[in-house]
Design a protein around this ligand. Sequence first.
Ligand code: NAD
Ligand code: WQD
Length: 339
Amino acid sequence: MKKILVTGGLGYIGSHTVVELINAGFEPVIIDNLSNSSLDVLQRIEKITDKRIQFEKFDLRVKNDVTDFFRENKDIEGIIHFAASKAVEESVRNPLLYYENNLHTLIYLLQECQNNGIENFIFSSSCTVYGEPDSLPITESASVKEATSPYGNTKQISEEILRDTCAVTSLKSIALRYFNPIGAHETAEIGELPIGVPQNLVPFITQTAAGVRDILSVFGADYDTDDGSCIRDYIHVVDLAKAHVVALQRLVDNKNVSNYEVFNLGTGRGSSVLEVVNAFQQTTGVKLNYKIVGRRPGDVVAVYADTQKANEELGWKAERSMEEALLSAWKWEKKIREL
Ligand code: NAD
Ligand code: WQD
């Protein structure tokens, strides 16, 4: 069984990926400092998979701890690097936290890849690197626009670090540009756990439906779209998790075409905010309290993925519907609120 290090493996996307890695016969080892997750996620993953999982709690910003980990774990064959700070607004207020956490951790891990001969590296990138696109759907060859937040900039810089490292070492890396991950595992054992007021649409919807928030604000209905609200590509987190396993297998099997590759991970379908709101109401039967307010600064009008490259080269396709994703998100919200 191949041992795969999953950094940030107790977080939202990481926890779902750990489950899929185990389903596919890999042996994940998790590092997480619990800065945005909790230890009971480990037990929940173990419950879903009926497997014991090696977990190391430490901060990847501490270089000596990273080095010690690799000294003690000589049999790691690949890394999936999720650990990062991800709140766009917070990154504007505290850029150094974001540059330190998102870049130092990557650099230390890549140094250890070099020192320990680890050649397979999957990185969590984001569609945020595209900014406001010139045409839709967005292909991987679309230009990367100047970042609109320090968070977005860390993803752009990280991709450059990977590209430059792969050019001169034996490292093989795939950067996966996620569109908008939503939903939860079908068991409702794991899901998204935003701390404080959710910034993202679907957790805000489910918390409003659960009565934790009074009302959902729809940020703008005067955009140049059919119903005036912004369009995004919402992808079920389980589909996203499965793509990581496929990408990892591609590297392990040396099926990669170049040492640094980039793939969009989305459904290829754009949905407006109001469509998501309506879909939630229809599939769950829960009436949502919402109002249309002004635009949120920094929002792009419309983004959705061209998924042809991922479909053809990775042989991966998002299979779950938006309704399925929204239902799973609602099931998860009800479970954690004990409704
Ligand atoms: P998350 O916050 O749920 O998970 C990240 C995990 O990493 C957390 O468990 C956190 O405790 C851990 N972590 C953070 N810094 C660490 C450090 N220094 N040392 C050890 N552990 C650390 O986030 P997520 O939504 O699962 O996102 C995972 C990755 O995907 C991130 O890199 C994020 O930027 C990227 N991404 C997320 C989205 C999204 O909408 N969720 C979209 C695009 C890209
Ligand atoms: C989606 C749509 C909002 C909340 C962010 C990051 C991006 C990536 C994914 C990491 C937008 C609208 C939202 C609300 C609303 N993360 N909305 N009311 O902005 O596409 O992307 O998460 O890489 O980098 O920027 O996602 O879920 O915040 O918003 O009307 O209460 O929902 O205006 O149109 P976004 P989101």
